[in-house]
Structure formats: structure tokens, C-alpha cells
Design a protein around this ligand. Structure first.
Ligand SMILES: [Zn+2]
Length: 307
């Protein structure tokens, strides 16, 4: 049964989805809350199924999943992956880091909604703390753990910047996560524009953390697509006034050719990928560059939000 308090939220989310949303609640009540206890799946019949696979606190877990969806329909740019490096393992690492940081930037808003609606109860706090403690168990590895750093950041977000006992075992990750939380909390995330800007900053800050600890950075400025949040004025301007289109060394998963990546002139972030043919001539390219951005977005059916 869907908790009655969530029916209005489900109705509001459904109103923005063309496919029917089905909720399945099925699983044990482990006593521990994590953010891996629900998922979405597009069924063969075209329905979108939301599954809550742990029933420790159905209202918490289901509202979390629904709020992710609601924020996307409210114009918060969805995270997309159109490119491939040629090494699936590297793709997977970039994907994991980009997604975890993107989610962390969104979770503050989700938490705020849950607090406002009385769902962030003392019992939830306890079960969530238990979940973080479980995921953050220290081990003998002396190297900084990327996974634990990302988990610790999520813990900071869900506990509004308060560090819990769970960080005691992982001092290096706790320090790195505290720095990242500083980046995330520096400005309020109160609009799609502010959200996008923060995600880009977080990705950059995390790359700096990685290089500081001797790891290779992710390159999510190029690899991950974060659809743009544009002003009316920018939409009227020519493509090349806001974006630089780079012929990337990465492959476009759709065309399987080297990708054409539009990166913001201000922030350097991949905002969309143009599925241009390999035979695209320099003249055609010049013409494309002069085309109003709104025409390009419509022609290639690209996602964007208006500020
Ligand atoms: Zn989440």
C-alpha cells in the first residue's frame, strides 16, 4: 500500500509523465535506510514501475524516489550519458562518480521536503545513520576510498552538515567529504540554474580531490551531459555565442563516431551532444554555428530548461 500522505505527491509526479506509474512495495524491513532501496524500471507494457525493495520506512524511501522525479519535471537537468571512452571500466567509474555527486546535490532539497512534511522522523534519522555506518565501515586500505568519500558526502547532506560517529573510522574520506560539502553548501540550491552550477563545481572539486590522492580525474566536464539552463536571450543568440562545439576524442554512443560535444563557453560543461554525421562539412559547421540556439535545440530534440 502506498502511504496515504504520499498520494498527492504521486499524483503530482504522474501528471508530468506520459506513461502510467506503478508502485511496487515488496521487501524486508532491515531496520537500516540507504538510498539504494528503491529503483525505477520501464516495463515492456510501457508502464514505469517504481519498486521499494526495503520496507523499513516506505514513506521515506518512496518519497525520496518520487522527489527525484518531481525535481526533474520541475526543470532540474537530468543527468545523461551519451559518450564512451572505449574502456567500459573507465566509463563505469566516471558514471558512478558523476551520478553520486549529482544525487548529493539533489538530496538537500529532497531532505528539506521530507522535513517539511514530517517524514524525517527520529526513527528515520536512526535508521539512516545505521545505513551510513554500515556503508562506511573502515577497512585496512590506506588509500582514500572513492566510494566511501561519496557516501560520507551524502551523509553530510542528509544530516545537514553534521558529522556523525560513522565518520570516525574513515578520517581521510571524512575530510575530503567535508571539503566537498563546503562546495555544495556554499550557495543555496533553490533553482535548476543554481543546481546545475553546483553540480559542475562539485565534479570539478572531486576531480581535484582525486588528483591530490594520486588518482586519475574523471573528465565529467566532457563525458557527462548536463542539459543547459538558459535565459530567453541566450536562446535567441547564435549557437557559438554560448557554446563551443568540440570534435571530441570520445565516441558518441548513438552515431558510434567521434562525438560533437557542445561545452559551455563559461563553464566548460558538456550541455548536449550533436548527432552530426562524420561527413559534416566545414561549411555546414559554420552555418550551424550561426544558427539560433533555440533552433538547434528543437532540431535535435535536446533537453534544456529556461531560466
Ligand atoms: Zn537519491
Amino acid at each position: 500500500m502506498i502511504p496515504e500522505t504520499l498520494q498527492p505527491l504521486l499524483t503530482a509526479v504522474q501528471a508530468h509523465y506520459s506513461m502510467p506509474i506503478e508502485v511496487v512495495i515488496d521487501g524486508p524491513a532491515s531496520g537500516v535506510l540507504t538510498h539504494e532501496q528503491s529503483h525505477q524500471e520501464l516495463l515492456a507494457n510501457g508502464h514505469l514501475q517504481l519498486t521499494v525493495s526495503d520496507t523499513t520506512d516506505v514513506a521515506y524511501t518512496l518519497s525520496h524516489e518520487l522527489l527525484h522525479m518531481q525535481l526533474t519535471t520541475a526543470g532540474y537537468p537530468p543527468l545523461q550519458f551519451h559518450l564512451a571512452t572505449g574502456e567500459p571500466q573507465v566509463d563505469q567509474q566516471f558514471f558512478a562518480v558523476a551520478t553520486a555527486l549529482y544525487d548529493a546535490a539533489l538530496h538537500g532539497q529532497i531532505r528539506a521536503w521530507q522535513v517539511a512534511h514530517g517524514l524525517f522522523t527520529p526513527a528515520v534519522e536512526k535508521a539512516l545513520a545505521a545505513g551510513f555506518t554500515q556503508k562506511l565501515k573502515g577497512d585496512d586500505a590506506t588509500q582514500l576510498s572513492v566510494f566511501r568519500t561519496l557516501t560520507a558526502l551524502d551523509a553530510y547532506v542528509m544530516f545537514d552538515g553534521r558529522a556523525g560517529d560513522w565518520l570516525a573510522d574513515v578520517p581521510d574520506e571524512a575530510t575530503a567529504a567535508a571539503d566537498l560539502y563546503g562546495v555544495l553548501a556554499a550557495k543555496p540550491i533553490d533553482s535548476p540554474f543554481a543546481f546545475r552550477r553546483t553540480v559542475i563545481k562539485l565534479w570539478r572539486a572531486f576531480d581535484q580531490t582525486l588528483t591530490r590522492h594520486g588518482y586519475q580525474e574523471t573528465g565529467n566536464a566532457e563525458f557527462a551531459t548536463l542539459p543547459p539552463v538558459l535565459s530567453e536571450r541566450q536562446l535567441r543568440l547564435a549557437l557559438n555565442q554560448t557554446f563551443e562545439v568540440r570534435h571530441s576524442a570520445l565516441r558518441d554512443r548513438t552515431t558510434r563516431q567521434r562525438a560533437y560535444v557542445a561545452q559551455g563557453k563559461g563553464d566548460g560543461q558538456n550541455a548536449f551532444v550533436l548527432p552530426l554525421p562524420a561527413s559534416f562539412s566545414p561549411e555546414a559547421f559554420q552555418k550551424l554555428y550561426q544558427t539560433p540556439l533555440s533552433d538547434i535545440l528543437a532540431r535535435y530534440e535536446l533537453d534544456y530548461t529556461v531560466r
